[in-house]
Design a protein. Structure first.
Length: 311
DNA sequence: ATCCAGGCTCCTG
DNA sequence: CAGGAGCATGGA
C-alpha cells in the first residue's frame, strides 16, 4: 500500500505551533502522536484505518508549509478524504486577516489578536466525534473527561501500533452503537451519560439522525434540531457547531469559560450575564467563534502563567 | 469536608 | 412551569 504525500500552504498569518500546544494540553491529547515538529492521528475513512502524519519544519513561522503523509489508504480518493479532514481540523482554508481587521477597533481584542497572531481554530475531525466528545465533557472536570474519553476510545476504537505504542482511531458511530450501556459503567460513566452517547450513536448508525443535513442549516436551525435529542442541550449543540462544523459565527453566550474570560480581560467587577455577553458580541458579527476561541485561549494562558509563578 | 467543574434530565411542589 | 436534586469523579 502506497504512501500519499501532500503540501498545504495556509494564508499568512498562520502558526502551526499553537495547534501542537493546544493538542498537547487538551483532554484529547491521547488521540494524537505528538512530536516536536509533527502530529499524527488515525482515522477510519470509508472502512479503512488510515494513519495521517502532519509535519511542519517551521512551526513558529507565520507562513509555514505543512506536509501531510497518508498511510493505509487503498486509493487516492481515500487519501484525499484524509487531507480534507485535516484541512478542516487545522482551519487551513480560513484566513485570519479579515478577523484581525474587524477587531482592530477594540482595545482588548486587538491586544489579544496581536498576542496570539496566527492562532487558528483547532476543530474535531467531524460532527459525530465533536458530539460524543461534547456530551462526555458535560459538567465534569477536564481530568475526568479525559479519562472517560480515552477509555471509550480504547474500548471500541480501531487500534494500531505506532513506534511500538498503541494508537487508536476515534470510534465510528457503528462501533459505539454496538455497545451496551453496562459496558460503559465500569469506565465510570454515569448511567445517563452512557445512554446519551450510545443512543446518539445508534441514531446516527441507523440513519435516523442525519449529521450531514446540519451543513445546510443556519446556526439556530441546527441547534433547534440537535436539542430535541436526549442528552443534548444548548451548550452541547453549540460545541458541535463550533468544533464539529467549524461555524465561525457561533456565540456560546452562556458558556462559563467565555464569561470568565470576558470578566478577566475587560476588567468587569462581576461575571457578565448571558444577555450582557450578547450585547458585547454585537460588534463581533461573523467572528463570534474566533473571539470566543481567542478569549478562551488567552485566559488559559494567563492561568497557566500565574500557576507557574506560584511554583 | 464541601463545592464546583467547559450540563442535562427528570421529579417535585 | 420554575426550582432543585441527582449524576460520577477529581481537584481546589
Amino acid at each position: 500500500m502506497s504512501v500519499f504525500t501532500y503540501t498545504l500552504t495556509p494564508q499568512s498569518p498562520y502558526r502551526f505551533d499553537y495547534f501542537r500546544e493546544r493538542i498537547a494540553t487538551s483532554s484529547n491529547s491521547y488521540l494524537y502522536d505528538i512530536g516536536e515538529h509533527h502530529l499524527g492521528r488515525a482515522h477510519v475513512i470509508q472502512g479503512h484505518t488510515v494513519l495521517v502524519r502532519v509535519s511542519c519544519p517551521e512551526p513558529a513561522s507565520d507562513a509555514p508549509e505543512i506536509h501531510l503523509q497518508v498511510e493505509g489508504a487503498p486509493d487516492e480518493t481515500t487519501a484525499l478524504e484524509a487531507v480534507k479532514i485535516w484541512r478542516h481540523m487545522l482551519s487551513v482554508d480560513r484566513p485570519l486577516a479579515p478577523f484581525y481587521e474587524k477587531m482592530a477597533g477594540d482595545a482588548v481584542l486587538s491586544g489579544l489578536t496581536d498576542q496570539l497572531a496566527g492562532l487558528n481554530l483547532l476543530l474535531e475531525a467531524d460532527p459525530f466525534e465533536a458530539m460524543i466528545l461534547a456530551i462526555i465533557g458535560q459538567q465534569v472536570n477536564l481530568t475526568f473527561a479525559e479519562n472517560l474519553k480515552r477509555s471509550l476510545v480504547e474500548l471500541c476504537g480501531d487500534r494500531l501500533e505506532l513506534d511500538g505504542r498503541p494508537f487508536y482511531a476515534f470510534p465510528t458511530p457503528e462501533q459505539i452503537a454496538r455497545l451496551k450501556y453496562e459496558d460503559l459503567r465500569p469506565l465510570k460513566y454515569s448511567q445517563r451519560k452512557a445512554e446519551y452517547i450510545i443512543d446518539f450513536s445508534r441514531g446516527v448508525a441507523g440513519g435516523e439522525i442525519d449529521l450531514q443535513a446540519l451543513e445546510g442549516m443556519t446556526n439556530d436551525e441546527a441547534i433547534q434540531s440537535l436539542v430535541k435529542l436526549r442528552g443534548i442541550g444548548r451548550w452541547t449543540a453549540e460545541c458541535v457547531l463550533l468544533f464539529g462544523l467549524g461555524r465561525s459565527d457561533l456565540l456560546p453566550a452562556a458558556d462559563i469559560g467565555l464569561r470568565n474570560a470576558i470578566q478577566h480581560f475587560y476588567g468587569i467587577d462581576h461575571q457578565p450575564t448571558e444577555a450582557e455577553v450578547r450585547e458585547m458580541a454585537s460588534c463581533w458579527a461573523g467572528y463570534e467563534s474566533y473571539v470566543t476561541y481567542y478569549l478562551w485561549t488567552a485566559l488559559g494562558m494567563a492561568r497557566a502563567e500565574s500557576k507557574k509563578k506560584k511554583n
